[in-house]
Design a protein around this ligand. Sequence first.
Ligand code: TRP
Length: 455
Amino acid sequence: MNRDKAHKTTFATKLGIIFATAGSAVGLGNIWHFPTTCGQNGGAAFVLIYLIITLLLGIPGMMGEFIIGRNGGKDAVSSYRKAGGKHAYGIIGAAGVLGGSLILGFYSVIAGWCVYYLGLALTDNVLGGQEHINNTFTNLMAPDNYLPCLFSIAFILLTQMIIVRGVRKGIEWASKIMVPTLIMLLILLIGASCSLPNAFDGILFLLHPDFSQVNEQVIFKALGEAFFSLSLGTACLCTYASYFQEDTNLLKSTIHITFIDMAVAIMAGLMIFPAAFSVNVKPDVGPSLVFMTMPNVFEQAFPHSIAYVVSVMFYLLLTIAALTSTISMHEIGTAVISQETPLSRSKAAWVVSAFCSLIGVLSAYSLSHEDFGLFGDSFFNNFDKLTANIMLPLGALCTMLIVGWVMPKEVVMKELTSNGLYPRRELIVKMFYILSRVVCPILIVCILMYKIGII
Ligand code: TRP
């Protein structure tokens, strides 16, 4: 009974599909990580490479997961089994669940910081001079402070509360409210940032390419960034695609979602760089950018009352962006457990939350205790590297190979044209096959070898 119900579930509207999937793609990757990496790697040249890679690898990668997911019509394990035609292919879906859960674990730590800062911003405790701002972050990271662990668990439970309401009343409903809010907040903050004196220098930094900065490391960084940002490689998009309607146009949806994801990453740059440049703060400070640099920028750039409103909006933006992404990571595991075992959806969600909380606590604790880690690095960084460097590229590689070489062409065509509803455009089909069979696998193998250190 539970299984039948679960696998017939779909998103109710086309807009809901776009918002939910774009909500998964748009996250801390775009708003926190992208501007940081961009700041450290030469600005516009990085943006350009990121855009090319997103178009070349991102679009076929996303299409691949959509094809497998909608054709499967069930959770990631079943969908990969059906796509490959053998039971063993289910392992790829299972690896996706593991990858998604590991990411949810360490991602929830940063998401927890965002909620903590939202609370501080609301009670007017973020601003108060450079020293206060630095102390706030240092205290949060102090070894005897357990708040990061608690906030990480709390964020996972918040995600679970939405997940257990189901695909339409939970994921779709929340995304329809949160994604437009996120874009509105972003536009308001860009307006505030670009209205500052010398803001144009920041815009130039983002839009003027300096190719002398480009080396192979920048290219590989952009590759990793693009995968993570599009939520590729963990069967996350495949799981969402199993909730798509029969007549959802997969190509069009892919293009919309990719475009929104790229636009939000660039908009986040337009929010951060002009403000930072206007008060002469270097935008290349690394991960503490949004927790130490930005409050300082707000404080210097605006009178207190406006700085208060801007900081509340900024941390609300980060929290919402994180939440629409954690929902999608949680759903991969919840869908598999509820559809492959007799457990109900809500019990399955508890299992996922328990596992991810454990990863979250390990990650949070390891950031404030230097001696607590693995291979000479924190658990947080280990989970980050394992997923971003190995699991995501490997997942995307398997997806491309299955769609390109294993799935019968009629099945791929059936999905690409939504059962003949949309015209079969020969050029698009040819390009899709060239990319998914040859170009993407070669590129992904290169990334993998680079990241493991072979090239
Ligand atoms: N794309 C999200 C971001 O940019 C993160 C994310 C959500 C993700 N679901 C994922 C990353 C699945 C990898 C796999 O923040």
